[in-house]
Design a protein around this ligand. Structure first.
Ligand SMILES: [Zn+2]
Ligand SMILES: [Zn+2]
Length: 365
């Protein structure tokens, strides 16, 4: 179990500068190195711990309480969408990653947080992410012609570490239920063609009870909730085998978001997922063709958690006064975006199809 070291300042290691030229070093995606973008100097990020710790959950919930924290972090809070953002390096101006609202340096606040235990480093760099975005814009149908120009402003794309809670536990569930086995009966039915027979499926139910148990690994709960902008389901799959022990050096050059869902609330949500898992195990245990679960007493023990950071690129762009968002998974490159449609392109296509149908109809006569 990790000892709580309050007031240990999280930003003690930040603003690492290049020993050659003094410029700020940034994390190089796809590596475990810091890179100087001016002179090319590279430095390995030392893996301090050989493996990252799972923290014992009950200790945090009971002893440390709702506002559990282990360190402090400097944060900018977006007045518009509520996202908490942290930036490692010095910067002149910064817009909210999610909504583009300007963030004011003077508004910086120090807040406590549970230091992340692990993170998945960015695999794609900004250049690659922009290329994927460009290809996507090129490939979409019925997009307004000047979309590309509007969408590809380089300052619009940000790499963001998004906070998640993960929970592990031993699960035990005792259940009572019913097992359904299908069988078929032949029925005679009267139709226009006369009497016919058909097979009708029936279910034979029998009472069952038993228990299931096992280890539940890495239930992933999104720890940041904003008023509108959620990370789309489609891109929210990361290979957690690539988690590395947390070091603030991986954050250099990216924006980090602080969780807005507390550990307690995250744990609460994880139970819903644990219940789903338990029900699946129970259904498999009951067997047969279909199952009814009457009662399940689910118990979790030896619960542990991690606070982890996962990489996403976000580009928010405005088009005709409306805002659109585009997301890329920073590990896998999977993308998802919302997009405008060109009214005139669709209108002309529909017109063209109508004319075509009319011409065919005329020639057919
Ligand atoms: Zn340098
Ligand atoms: Zn915002």
């Amino acid at each position: 179990m990790q000892e709580l070291t309050m007031e240990e300042t999280f930003d003690s290691e930040v603003n690492k500068s290049c020993p050659n030229c003094g410029a700020e070093l940034k994390f190089k995606p796809g590596s475990h190195q810091l890179l100087c973008q001016y002179c090319g100097y590279e430095e390995f990020i030392a893996q301090e711990k050989s493996s990252f710790e799972e923290l014992e959950l009950q200790h945090y919930l009971k002893v440390v309480g709702e506002n559990a924290y282990t360190e402090t972090i400097e944060l900018l809070n977006c007045k518009n969408c509520g996202a908490n953002q942290h930036v490692e390096e010095n910067y002149k101006s910064l817009d909210c990653v999610y909504c583009g609202e300007p963030l004011i340096r003077e508004d910086i606040e120090k807040e406590g947080w549970i230091l992340p235990g692990a993170l998945v480093p960015f695999q794609l760099d900004g250049k690659k992410a922009r290329q994927l975005f460009k290809n996507w814009v090129r490939g979409i149908w019925f997009a307004p012609n000047n979309l590309k120009r509007a969408a590809l402003a380089p300052e619009g794309l940000h790499g963001l570490y998004v906070p998640y809670w993960t929970f592990d536990a031993n699960l035990y569930a005792a259940y009572q239920g019913q097992r359904g086995d299908y069988y078929y009966e032949t029925q005679r039915v009267r139709t226009k063609k006369g009497i016919q027979t058909r097979q009708v499926r029936k279910t034979r139910w029998s009472r069952v009870s038993g228990h299931v148990s096992g280890f539940v690994d890495d239930i992933l709960i999104n720890a940041s909730e904003k008023k509108r902008r959620e990370i789309p389901e489609k891109i929210a799959y990361w290979n957690l085998k690539e988690l590395v022990a947390f070091s603030p050096k991986y954050l250099a050059g990216f924006v980090t978001e602080k969780y807005t869902i507390s550990l307690k609330e995250g744990h609460h949500r994880s139970f819903r997922e644990a219940k789903e898992i338990a029900y699946n195990w129970i259904r498999r245990d009951i067997g047969g063709d279909t199952q009814r679960i009457g009662h399940a007493d689910i118990k979790l023990s030896d619960e542990t958690f991690k606070h982890i950071l996962l990489p996403v690129y976000i580009s928010s762009y405005r088009y005709n006064g409306k805002e659109y968002l585009f997301y890329i998974n920073g590990q896998t490159g999977v993308l998802s975006g919302s997009r405008p449609y060109s009214f005139w392109k669709i209108f002309i296509l529909v017109l063209f199809i109508l004319v075509f149908i009319i011409l065919i109809a005329i020639f057919a006569q």
